[in-house]
Write a protein that binds this ligand. Structure first.
Ligand code: PMP
Length: 296
């Protein structure tokens, strides 16, 4: 059995204090567990620097507000806490996971008096970047579930509850031999994957769905910016699945996925090519700690 996530060495920052990893527990009667009143972040540190650290802290605070709670720490305090955990755990290339949730003071749909907790864990997670291997591309299934209507769910928050359909979809895809699943949105348009955004190339131009009913990923925004810097045209637009037969390249973006080429989605086929390769390289350069990129 691989090292489980509740029994590891190191520390976790829990409500303002660093505590031993195995002690970072919560009670079974926690609002966050029963009613999914929890928001989180997924970040990566490269060479000891957390990429877009403050943007992630700000998104965490915003996600909390969408769920009607205020995280009792500022973005600067959360930034400092994340760096402290990383440093204390002696990690440089790591995943950073802050999570905020409602506690145990109340048990019911209403959670007005619940204390808001915040914990931050980090674990070693180097980015194994072998471009040749990656350029083979991953295979995606088409998910049965769709990203919900913004009138149905708090779609722009990185909220735990939104991941229920992602886990179900990813499990089904994995059972069928795929790496992940692409999800459509509530209107049947291409949306994103279960933990990453999606891009396509058609006639030398990038196309990506408008992020108005799913997370506008920080990596997605980074790739849009990198493409603009390269002078690659980019269209953020509604994309219907039947258009995919006209797309030549496809890749997904996310903190975990970085830029990962896609070779197939259900019946559609893609050939990772020049634009994907360029943006993979640009993304790798962009995430390097500032000041060290030139030496790398
Ligand atoms: N969509 C979903 C559903 C995700 O979980 C993630 C990962 N946080 C993303 C998109 C990409 O977001 P980011 O680039 O900020 O990691």
């Amino acid at each position: 059995m691989a090292l489980t996530f509740d029994q590891r060495d190191g520390v976790i920052w829990y409500d303002g204090k660093l505590i031993p990893w195995a002690d970072a527990k919560l009670h079974v009667l926690s609002h966050g567990l029963h009613y999914a009143s929890a928001v989180f972040e997924g970040e990566r540190a490269y060479g000891g620097d957390i990429f877009k650290c403050t943007q992630h802290s700000e998104r965490l605070i915003r996600s909390g507000k969408v769920l009607d709670f205020d995280i009792p720490y500022s973005a600067a305090e959360i930034d400092a806490a994340k760096r402290l955990v990383l440093k204390t755990n002696g990690q440089t290339d790591a995943y950073v996971r802050p999570i905020a949730w409602r506690g145990s003071e109340m048990m019911g749909v209403s959670g007005q008096q619940n204390k808001i907790h915040l914990a931050i864990a980090t674990w070693e997670w180097p980015s194994y970047f072998d471009p040749a291997e990656r350029l083979k591309g991953i295979r995606l299934a088409l998910a049965d579930y769709r990203r919900p209507d913004p009138k149905t769910a708090p779609v722009l928050a990185k909220a735990a509850g939104l991941y229920m359909i992602c886990t179900i979809s990813k499990h089904k895809a994995e059972r069928e031999g795929y790496a992940d699943a692409m999800m459509l949105d509530w209107q049947g348009r291409v949306a994103e994957c279960t933990g990453a955004n999606i891009f396509f190339v058609q006639d030398g131009k990038l196309h990506t769905p408008i992020a108005d009913c799913f997370l506008d990923g920080i990596s997605r925004q980074t790739v849009v910016e990198l493409a603009k810097r390269r002078g690659i045209d980019i269209a953020e637009r509604r994309i219907m699945p039947d258009e995919l037969s006209g797309m030549s390249e496809c890749f997904i973006t996310g903190t975990a996925a970085e830029v990962t080429p896609v070779s197939e989605i259900a019946q559609w086929r893609f050939k990772p090519g020049k634009i994907t390769e360029q943006l993979m390289a640009d993304y790798t350069a962009e995430v390097q700690p500032k000041g060290k990129a030139a030496a790398a």
